[in-house]
Design a protein around this ligand. Structure first.
Ligand code: KIV
Length: 275
C-alpha cells in the first residue's frame, strides 16, 4: 500500500449536498498545469466548451467538437486530484436524442475519467437529462443565457428581461432539476430571478453573471485573471495577466538581444541537462 495519503475527490453527491450551504467555488479549466493550480481552491472545475473561444480563438462555441472536449478533459483530469471535474457536451453531441446524448456522455466519461457532464438545458432537454441520470451519468444543466443557442437567439443576451422570458427561464430550471440534474448553471439573469430560481429548485444553482443569489459562482478563469483586453461587466478581475505577461516577454526579448543568460555556465553542460 502506498504511504502517500490519497486525496478524496469531491463527488456529485457532495456538490448536491451543498444546497443552501457554503457557496460552491467553481472555475473553468482546459489544461493540466492550470487545473493543478486551481484544484486546491475549487469545488468544481468545468472543462467548458468556452475552450473554443478562450484557447482556440473561435468566435463562438459552435465549432467545438467532442474530440476537443475529450482531449482537454483528459488534460484537466491529469492536473486535478480533488475538485469534481465536469466536461461540457459540445453543440451537436446531445440534442438529437437521449440515446445520442448517453452514448457521447459515456464516451466523455470513460475516455477522460471525469465525474460529470454538463449540457445546455432548454425545457426540451428534460427527457435527455432523465435518460442519462437513470443510466448513472451525473448531469449538470445550464439555463438562462445558453451560448450554444446564441446564433438562434440573436447573440449573447441576458435572459429574463420580460415576463415571458422570466417564465421560460424558471420553466427551464424546474424541468432541469426535476429531470435529475444534480446542479444547475444559471447564466446571464438578474439577481431577483436568480434568487427565485435558487429558492424553487432543490439542487444547487451556480451563477455566471447571475449575482450572489445563487448557491455558488463559476467564471471563465482567463476572464478573472485578465488574459483578455475585454472582460464581461459581471467579472471581477483578480489579475492583469495580459499586461504582466507582456512585460515579462519584453524583458526576455531584451535579455536575449543583449545576451543576458544565466551566469552559471555549468547549466549548459550536457551532464547538467541530462540530469
Ligand atoms: O463553457 C463554459 O465555460 C461554460 C461556463 C461559462 C459556465 O459553460
Amino acid at each position: 500500500m502506498s504511504a502517500q495519503t490519497q486525496t478524496r475527490r469531491i463527488t456529485a453527491s457532495d456538490i448536491r449536498a451543498r444546497k443552501g450551504g457554503e457557496p460552491l467555488v467553481c472555475l473553468t479549466a482546459y489544461d493540466a498545469p492550470m487545473a493543478r493550480i486551481l484544484d486546491p481552491h475549487c469545488d468544481l472545475l468545468l472543462v467548458g466548451d468556452s475552450v473554443g473561444m478562450v484557447v482556440h480563438g473561435l468566435d463562438s462555441t459552435i465549432g467545438v467538437t467532442l474530440d476537443m472536449m475529450i482531449m482537454h478533459g483528459q488534460a484537466v483530469m491529469r492536473g486535478a486530484k480533488r475538485a469534481l471535474v465536469a466536461v461540457d457536451m459540445p453543440f451537436g453531441s446531445y440534442e438529437s436524442s437521449p440515446q445520442q446524448a448517453f452514448e457521447n456522455a459515456a464516451r466523455i466519461m470513460s475516455e477522460t475519467g471525469c465525474q460529470a457532464i454538463k449540457i445546455e438545458s432548454g425545457t426540451y432537454a428534460a427527457e435527455t437529462i432523465d435518460f442519462m441520470a437513470q443510466r448513472s451519468i451525473p448531469v449538470i444543466g445550464h439555463i438562462g443565457l445558453r451560448p450554444q443557442a446564441a446564433l438562434a437567439d440573436g447573440g449573447f443576451k441576458a435572459k429574463g428581461r420580460n415576463d415571458i422570458e422570466r417564465h421560460r427561464v424558471i420553466e427551464e430550471a424546474v424541468a432541469t432539476a426535476q429531470a435529475g440534474a444534480f446542479a444547475i448553471v444559471i447564466e446571464g439573469v438578474a439577481e431577483d430571478l436568480a434568487r427565485e430560481i435558487t429558492a424553487q429548485v432543490k439542487v444547487p444553482t451556480i451563477g455566471i453573471g447571475a449575482s450572489a443569489a445563487c448557491d455558488g459562482q463559476i467564471l471563465v478563469t482567463q476572464d478573472m485573471l485578465g488574459v483578455f483586453d475585454w472582460t464581461p461587466k459581471f467579472v471581477k478581475r483578480y489579475d492583469n495577466m495580459a499586461e504582466r505577461t507582456d512585460a515579462a516577454v519584453a524583458q526576455y526579448a531584451a535579455d536575449v538581444r543583449s545576451r543576458v543568460f544565466p551566469s552559471d555556465n555549468e547549466v549548459y553542460t550536457l551532464r547538467r541537462i541530462d540530469g
